[in-house]
Design a protein around this ligand. Structure first.
Ligand code: AMP
Ligand code: MG
Length: 335
């Protein structure tokens, strides 16, 4: 594995593109989280993404493209609202699910007749996509089910030599994954994310439901996802302090996501690791995964948190906390 820092059209971009062309895996910074990218048309490289992540092949990948002008290369029958939405929100943290064109290999979509497409709003990612010219299939650059990486260091910690090249574009601005909007039928948000439901509804002129399609297996719908090693325990905001203390008394070492309304000026109580949740949800989203990693590093065995109001990006934060608190399967978790 090698790494390079992006600084506007740098040799690091050329190295990233060379790696993609030779079928290698590149960690790419985006505004949401770091992606583990492969040439979307190279089936061997795409299969390696699944292998490295430990991701079941039935969980399809998002194809990243360099601009809305490439929409018709990857999607068939693009409906008018999809074009309007793409023009309005791309580059940005919004993924559109559309019918796929013949160009999209089965390996990318897990055999589904749809494809998920996004133009990321990060200058380094756009440089790579523009120079590469093709599509880059990229899930988040972490092992399946774990906390997504929001810095290049997180990628190296999590994937090590399994990634061929890490393009360091600094910390991610949005911090949670993209909103996934399915436009193959009536619009439905499959995963809340960086673009708010309210904004989508305003531009589309219709209410947008948040839901799941039975036929689509989205990793965000896996019972446990985006999870730190510590068990996550959700309570009402006014119960966070008491619940943390109760768990500590029972011999646990709680990490505490303390709502800003309950923030105290005093230091963390003994035996607890307290993080004061930022007042603005945008800042909370940006730092959420860093907080969860912090609790793991400080060897917390439980995280006590409450859900933010489900509006704006608060909906995405609440979704990730719920998934992080979801039931775990018996699969051993890597450090
Ligand atoms: P991740 O790569 O883990 O951020 O997740 C990418 C998301 O896009 C996943 O939730 C995928 O299931 C979803 N996705 C990718 N392709 C499709 C598709 N063809 N239909 C529906 N969802 C998709
Ligand atoms: Mg992921």
């Amino acid at each position: 594995m090698s790494a390079g820092r992006w600084s506007g059209g740098s040799p690091a971009v050329e190295q990233a593109v060379r790696t993609l062309r030779s079928g290698g895996l590149v960690a790419i910074p985006t505004e949401t989280v770091y992606g583990l990218g492969a040439d979307a048309e190279n089936v061997g490289a795409v299969e390696r993404v699944f292998a490295v992540k430990g991701r079941p092949p039935t969980h399809p990948l998002i194809v990243h493209i360099g601009g809305a002008h490439q929409l018709d290369d990857w999607a068939a029958e693009v409906p008018e609202p999809a074009r309007r939405i793409a023009e309005r929100f791309w580059p940005g943290p919004l993924t559109l699910v559309l019918r796929r064109s013949r160009r999209v290999p089965d390996a990318v979509t897990g055999g589904l007749e749809t494809v998920a497409l996004r133009v990321p709003a990060h200058p380094a990612a756009l440089d790579v996509l523009t120079a590469f010219g093709g599509g880059v299939a990229a899930p988040s650059a972490n092992r399946f089910g774990h906390v997504s990486p929001t810095t290049a260091d997180h990628v190296v910690e999590g994937l090590g030599a399994d990634v061929d090249y890490v393009l360091d574009g600094g910390p991610c601005e949005v911090g949670v994954e993209s909103t996934i909007l399915d436009l193959t039928d009536e619009p439905v948000i499959l995963r809340p994310g960086g673009v708010a439901r309210e904004e989508l509804a305003k531009v589309m002129g219709v209410p947008v439901r948040v839901g799941a399609k039975a036929a689509v297996r989205v990793p965000g719908q896996h019972p446990s996802h985006y999870a730190p090693r510590a068990r996550v325990c959700l309570v009402e905001p006014d119960r966070v302090v008491d619940e943390a203390e109760r768990l500590r008394e029972k011999g646990h070492r709680p990490g505490v996501l303390l709502p800003s309304a309950y923030a105290s000026r005093s230091a963390s109580p003994a035996g607890q690791v307290v993080v004061e949740v930022p007042h603005a949800d945008e800042e909370y989203a940006r730092r959420l995964y860093e907080f969860l990693r912090h609790f793991d590093r400080r060897r917390c065995d439980v995280v006590v948190a409450s859900l933010p109001e489900p509006r704006g990006i608060g909906l995405a934060i609440a979704d990730r906390l719920r998934r992080a608190a979801g039931p775990r399967d018996a699969t051993p978790r890597e450090p």
